[in-house]
Write a protein that binds this ligand. Structure first.
Ligand code: ADP
Length: 448
């Protein structure tokens, strides 16, 4: 029914009720005049009207609270109209409630049927409020005994307490064993969707992890298998004397260069595979003064005196981690700085303390620089700004991937700042937990 039509009905009903009132009072007054008691008759008529109105009100109230709502009686009075309006309001509300319930059921059914485990957690008490069907095989949650159970207790082997404590900043757990079946691998995400309620989503990544492992094994095996034939070829090429066949000299030199490149590529792939297979690294004392001295020597050897190389060590501390892997990371940065800086350029290696107690090792060059659009992808394997420049300079495209991986294993961060035509700065930021007090007696005669 339209709003205008409704207003018209109400107005008609109201006018009709007023007319009825007038009629009753007029009839009362007429009878009163006939019997010569107008005021008495008018009072009786008015009381009659009031009693009738109360009776109608009672009827409306009774119908409102009745379990089975009877249809409003067909009449044109204001009370009947009110009754009809109330009934319409009530049935509209019921229909809306039914629609909402159907929607809620549909959402629940969708969440219950998701292949990922979904658990609703009450944040303050860290209790399980609801979970879907997939939470049983993936997380071992049982209905109904685990409703209201402590999340930390039911997902026992997982480090839930510290993870939940991190709250909104909790990093997803990318690969953890399932508490229900350790052979299954899960990736866990915490989604705080309101102040009190959090959603824990667990996805089965067993197949994905197996494929990832196969990929890693494949690369590692191929690299390993290539190593021996390459060493043999490289060895024989070294033995060939270009003086004996001078016309072959350019070919021999090119073959040697390419076999050297292939060997380096295989070595880098093996280094990456080795790093990927590790979760932790040896925790040694990494003496930084000899490390910086080695980096300087390597830079000078690569540069052949064509660059100005400087080393500054203002930190006066050492690091904590793997000397071999850190050397490989830093050395890749230094080698890049030399290779991507034209002759006469400048290369500065700096080791300094940072605000907050950490340390930073930065390698700055005045070379070609890297366009900003390439910066986000620069540490990907085989990603190069210029393939020809990388190849000409003997690059494998894996140096920065190795550096990033090593730093990641040390909880450190690699930052790159660069300006085309002005140079680049690669900085490795280490947290205070990686800082190791330097003891001068460890290396008395090394000056960087
Ligand atoms: P590559 O063996 O090709 O040098 P890297 O992983 O070490 O591989 O570096 C990836 C790419 O990043 C390089 O190909 C080069 O384009 C760019 N790059 C790295 N370091 C520098 C630098 N210091 N100056 C300019 N470009 C750089």
């Amino acid at each position: 029914m339209t709003r205008g039509r409704m207003t018209l009905d109400i107005r008609t009903a109201w006018l009709r009720t007023l007319a009825q009132l007038m009629l009753v009072l007029a009839v009362g007054l007429g009878i009163g005049l006939l019997i010569d008691r107008p005021w008495h008759a008018l009072t009786v008529a008015a009381l009659g009207v009031v009693a009738w109105q109360y009776w109608k009100l009672h009827g409306v109230l009774m119908r409102l609270t009745a379990r089975q709502r009877p249809r409003p009686s067909a009449g044109g009075g204001a009370w009947n109209e009110l009754d009809r309006l109330l009934l319409r309001g009530q049935s509209d509300m019921r229909a809306r409630k039914r629609r909402l319930l159907t929607m809620l059921r549909a959402y629940r059914a969708a969440a219950a049927a998701l292949p990922d485990a979904v658990v609703v957690i009450e944040r303050n008490r860290q209790r399980v409020l609801w979970f879907n069907e997939a939470a049983t095989p993936l997380l071992g949650l049982q209905h109904p005994q685990h409703i209201e159970a402590s999340v930390v207790g039911v997902l026992q082997p997982l480090p839930m307490a510290s993870w939940l404590a991190a709250g909104r900043n909790a990093e997803p757990m990318m690969d953890v064993p399932s508490p229900a079946d350790p052979a299954r691998r899960l990736s866990l995400r915490l989604i705080p969707y309101s102040d009190e309620l959090w959603l824990l989503v667990a996805r089965d990544v067993t197949k994905l992890m197996r494929l990832e492992q196969m990929r890693r094994d494949f690369v590692a095996n191929v690299s390993h298998e290539l190593r021996t034939p390459l060493t043999v070829i490289h060895g024989y090429l070294e033995m060939l004397d270009p003086q004996e066949q001078p016309e072959w000299a350019p070919m021999l030199a090119e073959m040697q260069r390419q076999s050297q490149r292939m060997t380096q590529l295989v070595e880098d792939l093996l280094t990456l595979s080795r790093l990927e297979a590790r979760d932790t690294l040896p925790q040694e004392h990494v003496a930084m003064a000899p490390m910086l001295a080695t980096l300087r020597r390597e830079a000078e050897a690569l540069s052949h005196g064509l660059h100005r190389i400087s080393v500054h060590d203002s930190a006066n501390i050492d690091l904590h981690g793997s000397t071999q892997e850190l050397h490989s990371a830093f050395s890749n940065l230094v080698s890049n700085a030399v290779r991507y800086t034209p002759s006469g350029g400048e290369i500065a290696i700096d080791f300094a303390m940072e605000a907050g107690g950490g340390a930073v090792l930065s390698v700055r060059d005045s070379g070609y620089g890297i366009p900003e659009a390439h910066l986000p992808r620069i540490t990907e394997r085989f990603y190069r700004v210029s393939t020809s420049r990388s190849r000409e300079s003997g690059g494998t495209g894996l140096g920065l991937a190795i550096a990033k991986h090593v730093l990641g294993l040390h909880g450190a961060r690699l930052d790159v700042a660069s300006q085309v035509g002005h140079g680049s700065t690669f900085s490795c930021h280490f947290g205070p937990e990686r800082v190791y007090p330097r003891d001068p007696s460890d290396y008395p005669d090394t000056t960087p």
